[in-house]
Design a protein around this ligand. Structure first.
Ligand SMILES: [Zn+2]
Ligand SMILES: [Zn+2]
Length: 307
């Protein structure tokens, strides 16, 4: 079989985009990913020339790709700053390895890394929560704690924005997950930019939200990034896993489905945001963080664990 040629140069192609049929050589593929991320950042007005971005870096392929891309982009803006923030959830044999990979990547890029731990912030680790056998997996606790830990870390380093490495697959999975949970308002509170109109939370941006997961993997691999490839020993939330498999099958049979779902979510967001209630925020009675309730979600979970 004859090898396909790159659409943009005479080199042999190494990858074909199912949804648009275009083939790319290694160099042109990397350029295409970088251009797409730049476009996402510009179209969504994600960055200002003097932002201090806290990049959530776990040591996985997504976060290392994001960190490398943002460092490349911010080189042109001398008044901007990047700090990597990493969270140690306390998962032995897993997070310690990833943190080490993240540390080395930061050193290579000359980016400062700031690490916060569940142990220090919440007095408990994910391994300890898993050992209590509260539910099927400790993922629900871990997700809430991680969000809070990243917020804390970003505030501690004085960041003006938080960048997370959610890719297209993550975003579409979350939309379907919210639908299956019967929570349409959560769709409003998702998307490429999460801006709190009350100004109580730092703005969160997701520059990789238009890049499919398999392209992030390929980009990381072609650039020779060292990244953690083992999965969390506590497993993944079962429903999200089923949605992931379903979406991959769908996209294989009907290329472009993930993009279509994302565009649909974007329209829903626009429509729903006009009627979505904006809850008033109180200060959490325990930790002082903004919350629509008496206690924030993390403190409620910690109370339930202690009970
Ligand atoms: Zn090429
Ligand atoms: Zn709290």
């Amino acid at each position: 079989m004859e090898k396909a040629q790159c659409r943009y140069c005479p080199a042999d192609a190494i990858y074909t985009r199912g949804h648009e049929g275009a083939s790319f050589c290694s160099k042109c593929f990397r350029k295409a990913v970088e251009e797409r991320v730049r476009r996402t950042v510009t179209e969504n007005d994600m960055l200002k020339f003097n932002d201090h971005i806290a990049v959530a870096v776990s040591g996985g392929k997504d976060s290392l790709t994001l960190l490398n891309l943002l460092v490349k982009m911010e080189n042109r803006f001398p008044r901007s700053k990047i700090t990597a923030v990493s969270v140690d959830e306390g998962i032995r044999g897993y997070r310690d390895e990833a943190l080490d990979i993240a540390r080395k990547a930061c050193e290579k890029l000359c980016v400062e890394q700031f690490v916060v731990s569940y142990h220090d912030l919440f007095g408990i680790t994910t391994d300890e929560i898993a050992g209590m056998h509260l539910g099927q997996t400790p993922c629900s606790h871990c997700g809430v704690f991680r969000r809070k830990a990243i917020n804390r870390a970003a505030q501690m380093v004085g960041a003006t924005k938080i960048a997370t490495a959610h890719n297209l697959d993550d975003e579409v999975q979350t939309v379907l997950l919210n639908m299956l949970h019967g929570d349409p308002w959560r769709i409003v509170r998702s998307g490429p930019v999460l801006h709190d109109p009350r100004g109580k939370f730092l703005t969160r941006i997701k520059p990789l939200c238009d890049i499919p997961e398999k392209e992030v993997v390929l980009y990381a691999y072609l650039n020779g990034f060292d990244f953690q490839s083992i999965t969390c020993p506590h497993g993944n939330a079962a429903l999200r896993n089923d949605i992931r498999n379903f979406l991959n099958q769908l996209d294989q049979k009907h290329p472009g489905s993930k993009f279509t779902l994302q565009r649909t979510a974007e329209r829903l967001r626009e429509l729903l945001s006009q009627t979505a209630p904006v809850a008033e925020l109180n200060e959490c009675a325990k930790c002082g963080d903004p919350t629509p309730h008496q206690l924030c979600e993390a403190c409620m979970m910690l109370d339930a664990i202690a009970a």
